[in-house]
Ligand binder design. Structure first.
Ligand SMILES: Cc1cc2nc3c(=O)[nH]c(=O)nc-3n(C[C@H](O)[C@H](O)[C@H](O)COP(=O)(O)OP(=O)(O)OC[C@H]3O[C@@H](n4cnc5c(N)ncnc54)[C@H](O)[C@@H]3O)c2cc1C
Length: 391
């Protein structure tokens, strides 16, 4: 969220410094901050149950097109989207998919005949969504926004901000490397580490959920039916896993071809400030493998997997399920925090709203309600509408 905020702010004419901790070369040896964007695949589907979420995705895809048109390597791999849900778990299908362009509703028979490699439970229905739905690398997205931002004059600094001193007419940031920056205003886009740093004036209401993705390593020549697999979300009825999301097989930076399989599981936990870093570095991500592997095998009975790998990450949730895009100190300090598992694909749209708010101190958008993105604080009562841990 920070990279596109810097990009939008610079394109609006502001003078911007973007300060961030780079991705560590070896996570097991890294003592410091991590980012949810340290990965190679994120799902991008367009239509959400709430129309403003659909609008968010459309705007963000437009930003990606701008980056691509201005010279970035292609960002989106447009393989389409499949949504499927067990009876009673299909809230993501509302309103009826027939009303939407590019959406094709599928009954149980059609799901079985079009996706013969998937074994759905009885009564499961779904829909497909045409490209540009697909997947993208959050690493590439951050890289493309920052590279483009630099051509608009943004100074990109690889460092950690250790303190922010909010003064009457400016803020002063001190970094780990001993540098000091004075600015009229600052935006915090600090992800899962937002409440762990000393500079947040009032801790935000955030839940940092441990997230493990199961990577199924396979040979596409032995599993040719997966060559045309779309991205896939499945609201299944299962005792051990829920809310499955999948990225079709692709070659990861380590040269291995893997299919990504994410879900909520009984092994997930909320991480306190002190344990986020430890989880990223050496959490027991292998604990989820048996449950997820069993769900995977049930769903893909004929797929041959050579190796399984667990990948650790953190989902930062807010009570209302949308990022906080808000003012923390009037005229000085702003935030874009709380990705809720959707903000890789939304990052361009989040960046635009954040940059506008920070530069003008006003919410100028007439489509996205400001209330959707209000910050909530840990010292006030909250109603959590986002999914809790599995029971
Ligand atoms: C396994 C997994 C799968 C996901 N799948 C999807 C998906 O399919 N689609 C989707 O849209 N989203 C997905 N997400 C969510 C998405 O990755 C996040 O919403 C998004 O990365 C959040 O962006 P962010 O900028 O808030 O935080 P981050 O990506 O965590 O970035 C925050 C950055 O701030 C830096 N930072 C923090 N504090 C400081 C400081 N004091 N000084 C300097 N730098 C600092 C951190 O080092 C980090 O680089 C997924 C997340 C996970 C974990």
């Amino acid at each position: 969220m920070g990279a596109p905020t810097a990009w939008h702010a610079a394109r609006s004419g502001a003078s911007v410094v973007a300060i961030g901790v780079p991705e560590p070369a070896d996570i097991t040896q890294h003592h410091g901050l991590f980012g949810a964007w340290h990965d190679a695949s994120r799902l991008v589907w367009q239509r959400h149950a709430h129309p403003t979420d659909t609008e968010f995705t459309a705007r963000a895809i437009e930003n990606i097109r701008t980056l691509e048109n201005e010279g970035a390597d292609p960002i989106l791999t447009e393989v389409g989207f499949l949504f499927a849900a067990a009876p009673g778990r299909d809230e993501g299908m509302l309103p009826p998919p027939e009303d939407y362009p590019g959406i094709t509703a599928l009954g149980p028979g059609e799901l079985a005949s079009q996706f013969e490699y998937l074994a759905f439970d009885e009564g499961v229905t779904g829909y497909t969504e045409d490209p540009p739905s697909g997947y993208m690398s959050p690493r590439d997205v951050v890289g493309a926004f920052l590279a483009s931002a630099q051509t608009s004059g943004v100074e990109v600094v690889a460092d950690q901000v250790m303190s922010i001193d909010v003064r009457t007419d400016h803020v002063v940031l001190q970094t780990l490397a001993g540098r000091s920056f004075a600015a009229r205003r600052a935006v915090l886009a600090t992800g899962a580490f937002s409440n762990t740093t000393e500079f947040l004036p009032r801790p935000l209401a955030l839940r940092r959920k441990s997230e493990t993705a199961l990577m199924a390593e396979l040979d596409l020549d032995r599993n040719p039916s997966l060559r045309h697999m779309p991205i896939f979300v499945y609201q299944l009825d299962h005792d051990l896993v829920a809310d499955i999301y999948m990225v079709p097989p692709m070659v990861y930076p380590n040269g291995r071809t893997m299919m990504k399989f994410g879900a909520n599981t009984h092994h997930d936990s909320y991480l306190d400030s002190a344990s986020v870093e430890h989880w990223y570095r050496q959490g027991n991500s292998d604990a989820v493998i048996p449950d997820m592997r069993s769900a995977f095998r049930q769903l893909f009975p004929g797929v041959e997997v050579s190796e399984w790998h667990g990948v650790r990450c953190v989902i930062t949730r807010t009570p209302h399920g949308r990022p906080y895009i808000d003012t923390l100190v009037d005229g000085r300090l702003y935030c874009a925090i709380g990705g809720n598992g959707h903000s890789a694909k939304w990052s361009g749209a989040i960046g635009e709203l954040t940059a506008t708010l920070a530069l003008t101190n006003e919410w100028r958008d007439t489509v996205i309600p400001r209330e959707h993105h209000r910050a909530q604080y840990s010292d006030e009562p909250q109603t959590w509408t986002t999914r809790d841990l599995l029971g």
